[in-house]
Design a protein around this ligand. Structure first.
Ligand code: PRP
Length: 216
């Protein structure tokens, strides 16, 4: 395969995108166009390196990568686990570190301990289902929310939540706490399965360069 083909990157919008671009700069991959905050453009191109970048909603990144609309995606491990797409997960980028946890008021500890049929609110219903059904063998009712999940126990929609905890301040400020830890999370790089074969050399070189930059 010649180098005429563009390698396309899908980046999850938000905090991770900024860090990703900083990391790419360290290995000489820049995309000046993308830094322009006023721009409404959706796709950014580095003609010289034959690279294209686009920003997408986090949960859509694995979808673009599975279908080959992007060769490479950078997104949080939480989204990778939740979406469960057929992609290769090739590199942990080490930033965006946080934890997926079961959280709630202290009194909910008992409910977890006794495997009660509780209500669990989460933006991550698949992760919640896998944890309670497959790991804990506890039957629960899962309620999908789209954000501000901490509200769940506060307004008695749910007994607990399954959510990301980074600093823990959202929990603290709302009288909630971590009750159980599900798994650690960070930003990861995913690759389309066909691209990994067709563009193996370019992608492997990129992965190795990123690994070296991460060591420094
Ligand atoms: C995330 C997460 C928690 C919060 C955790 O929410 O869902 O609410 O950050 O961070 P902390 O432990 O540092 O307080 P996000 O800001 O992405 O918004 P959302 O609640 O609308 O999903």
């Amino acid at each position: 395969m010649g180098t005429d083909r563009y390698l396309t990157f899908a980046l999850g919008k938000g905090r991770l995108a900024k860090k990703t671009l900083e990391l790419f700069e360290k290995i000489g991959i820049t995309c000046e166009e993308m830094k322009d905050k006023e721009s409404r453009k959706l796709i950014f191109v580095n003609e010289k390196l034959k690279l294209r970048f686009f920003l997408a909603k986090g949960p859509d990144v694995p979808t673009y990568v599975e279908y080959g609309a992007a060769d490479i995606g950078i997104v949080g491990k939480d989204t990778i686990l939740e979406e469960n797409r057929r992609v290769y997960e090739v590199l942990d980028l080490g930033f965006g570190k946080c934890r997926m946890c079961v959280c709630g008021p202290e009194k909910a500890k008992e409910l977890l301990l006794h495997h009660e049929r509780i209500r669990v609110a989460s933006k991550y219903p698949n992760i919640a289902k896998d944890y309670f059904y497959n790991k804990k063998h506890q039957t629960v009712d899962i309620i999908k929310l789209n954000g501000s999940v901490e509200l769940g126990p506060l307004v008695e929609l749910s007994d607990v939540i399954v959510d990301i905890v980074e600093t823990g301040s959202t929990l603290r400020e709302n009288g909630l706490e971590v009750l159980e830890e599900i798994c650690p999370l960070s930003a990861c790089m995913i690759v389309n399965q066909v691209s990994m074969q067709m563009e193996n050399e370019r992608i492997t070189t990129l992965i190795n360069a990123l690994k070296d930059a991460l060591k420094k």
